[in-house]
Design a protein around this ligand. Structure first.
Ligand code: ATP
Length: 264
């Protein structure tokens, strides 16, 4: 369903700041695959997400979705079938609009017609039903400004908005990293529930090894712009943090020094 062929990204070519962020990445996801991505700082994880979502174009290589090459398709057009949640809870929602207005925008994503809010009673009921699924009481606050919500509430709303139109691909970019542990656990649980329910094909970047092991059916480890480990579903089920650290050491010939990765 998602296929990356030889995807390469070189920043600032032929300058002192030249940086090979992605090097000949080949990655193929089956429908409903949930892949967690870990890797050291600067490994290329966010660049990979940016290239899949169309924020950046690869210098070499192709991206295919359901057999169709999408390299030339811009971010806006891809947004109808890609949902994305960022680390920053402020990034996915509009603070000066109400919860209902934010959901209305998400509802219309990818449609070309103008932005009439279309806040019919039927739509409101539908938004309430969807909010109820989050289990944190937001269904009673449809008219609250989103800027007033806590980080965790806002991130739960971002997750709902990103998956509202059942995208083909869900990209989660360290979406629990800015939350306190209890809120992070809530968003992790919600993520698992929503992805399972809608059978979403998902890529999730995390610095938290425990979370990378807990979620998803497949795990990849990146380093210096390459995929250095791809743990398939049959091995992922029994994978431990110790296994991952050993693999990293064997592949890199050095210990993983990023405590955030180990401790989460
Ligand atoms: N727009 C850019 N211009 C120049 N260099 C960039 C740009 N974006 C990323 N890089 C560089 O490319 C490399 C990969 O960056 P990227 O953000 O993808 O890493 P990452 O794995 O997400 O890292 P982290 O875990 O620290 O967030 C890094 O060395 C980074 O400094």
């Amino acid at each position: 369903m998602l296929k990356l062929n030889q995807v390469t990204k070189l920043f600032n070519p032929n300058t002192q700041d030249e940086k090979l962020a992605l090097s000949h990445i080949n990655l193929s996801l089956a429908p409903s695959d949930f892949v967690t991505i870990i890797g050291s700082n600067g490994a290329g994880k966010s660049t990979l997400m940016n290239i899949i979502s169309g924020v950046m174009k690869p210098d070499i290589g192709t991206i295919e979705v359901d057999g169709m090459e999408v390299n030339k398709m811009g971010e806006h057009r891809r947004s109808s079938w890609i949902g994305r949640v960022f680390q920053d809870p402020m990034a996915g929602t509009s603070p000066n609009m109400t919860i209902a207005e934010n959901l209305s925008i998400a509802h219309k994503r990818g449609q070309t017609r103008g932005l009439s809010w279309g806040m019919t009673r039927k739509n409101k009921r539908y938004y309430q039903e969807q909010l109820e699924r989050l289990g944190i009481g937001l269904e009673n606050r449809l008219n609250a400004r989103v800027g007033l919500l806590s980080g965790g509430e806002r991130q739960a709303l971002s997750l709902l908005m990103a998956t509202f139109t059942e995208p083909k691909i869900l990209l989660l970019d360290e979406h629990t990293a800015a939350l306190d542990p209890s809120r992070a656990a809530l968003i992790t649980d919600l993520t698992e529930k929503i992805v399972r329910e809608f059978k979403l094909t998902t890529l999730m970047v995390t610095h938290n090894m425990a979370q990378a092991i807990q979620l998803g059916n497949r795990l990849i480890m990146m380093d210096k712009g390459r995929i250095i480990l791809d743990v398939p579903p049959d091995k992922k089920a029994t994978l431990t943090i110790a296994d991952l650290l050993t693999e990293f050491e064997q592949i890199r010939g050095e210990k993983l020094m990023d405590d955030r990765v180990v401790l989460g």
